[in-house]
Ligand binder design. Structure first.
Ligand code: CA
Length: 378
């Protein structure tokens, strides 16, 4: 199996001033990095990580170990740099790597950039997002639809460079003739649906450069709210694999996307089949309960505050409850947005502690936010 075509595009998008994405497109090695941090730190982080992967000498290690080592080395470089340079302290980046070796494509992954496989016109998401909302969706506490507009959708739970070592997801796929792989940053996937990505790729795959341009254009047409990076590569002919292996690989990949689509709990009104008097009592009880809940709700929503992050990643204090109701009704609103503290600048333990939906008073959340800002910008 060999890489017969590859193409990479990156674009600042329509809303950001800088492009904090970086990529590697040097067969047999491909990668996408999406940097985060204050000032220009995001750019530094993603560039350092991409350079580290690009410059790596591929050794004799088996592909999975090799891929993990590439990413861990990139992590060490970003972490070392930020430890020595106060202006980039706490910066981080995502990293999704693909290494082609013979008939096997190995994917290594940290963060919320993604790898997809287009095989026989079916698009499958191969990686799982390491993001707060993806975790909530996987555990059934949020629907995929709710995740799209969640105030903390840009919070990632794993990043390169924020700690001295990093846990890497790694897996291998046995490639088939005609497989088309896509690595991309969330500037594409937060703007363009998987269905639309699949349509564009199927229609334009004969010209990989054109396909990449079309994906970027689609993200910009949808608003271009973030930097957009796409890396495409296509594989051609090699030894065919056994049917069993193919099935297993596809099953594994499909399980991933199905797990991502756990439906949210829905409140349903059920018909009562009881007597009329019993029904009247139930209705009266339900009304009383409803009035009590509304009263409690108004009180709670006005006094409760929680910490989250705005779509651009800046840490914010929200008033209200961390829930969305059907019909895009939010039970919260931002009351203070940090000028320069980004979610990605927090350590994993800080993110776990502060982005946990716990409710506090405005005073408490303000003090915590000031303390965090002081820790990152002493
Ligand atoms: Ca991004």
């Amino acid at each position: 199996m060999s890489v017969i075509a590859s193409s990479a595009h990156t674009d600042t998008g329509r809303r950001r001033r800088r492009n904090e994405d970086a990529f590697v497109c040097e067969p047999p090695l491909f990668a996408v990095a999406d940097g985060m941090g204050g000032a220009q730190a995001g750019e530094v982080a993603s560039r350092l990580a991409a350079d580290s992967v690009r410059e790596a000498k591929l050794g004799d290690l088996p592909s999975p170990e090799q891929t993990v080592e590439l990413i861990r080395e990139a992590n060490r470089r970003v972490y070392a740099y930020s430890s020595e340079n106060a202006s980039t302290r706490g910066m981080g980046t995502t990293m999704t790597v693909a290494l082609v070796e013979g008939t096997v494509v190995t994917i290594g992954h940290v963060g919320d950039s993604r790898a997809y496989l287009l095989r026989e016109d079916q698009l499958t998401q191969l990686t799982q997002d390491h993001s707060l909302v993806a975790e909530l969706v996987r555990s059934g506490r949020l629907s995929p639809k709710e995740a799209e507009s969640h105030p903390r959708r840009s919070v990632i739970t794993r990043a390169l460079g924020t700690e001295s070592d990093v846990e890497v997801d790694v897996f291998s796929i046995r490639a088939q003739n005609g497989d088309l792989f896509l690595l991309c940053s969330d500037g594409l996937t937060s703007m363009v649906s998987d269905e639309k990505i699949a349509q564009l790729l199927v229609a334009a795959r004969a010209d990989l450069d054109g396909a990449g341009e079309k994906l970027v254009a689609a993200a910009n047409q949808a608003g271009g709210e973030d930097n957009i990076t796409v890396v495409l590569f296509e594989l051609e002919a090699g030894e065919p694999e056994t049917e069993e292996e193919t099935e297993q690989k596809l099953d594994d990949a499909k399980t991933l996307t199905e797990a991502d689509a756990v439906p949210a709990l829905k409140l349903a009104m059920q018909n009562s089949h009881g007597h009329r008097s019993r029904r009247a009592t139930l209705i009266a009880l339900a009304l009383a309960f409803f009035v009590a809940i509304v009263g409690l709700g108004v009180f709670t929503v006005s006094t409760a505050h929680f910490i989250g992050a705005e779509p651009d990643g800046r840490v914010a204090i929200y008033q209200g409850l961390p829930f969305d109701l059907p019909g895009d009704v939010h039970l919260y609103r931002p009351v203070r947005v940090s000028a320069r503290l980004y979610a990605a600048q927090l350590t994993l333990s800080e993110r776990r502690r502060f982005f946990n939906n716990d409710l506090h008073s405005y005073g408490d959340t303000t003090r915590e936010l000031s303390r965090l800002e002081g820790a990152v910008y002493p």
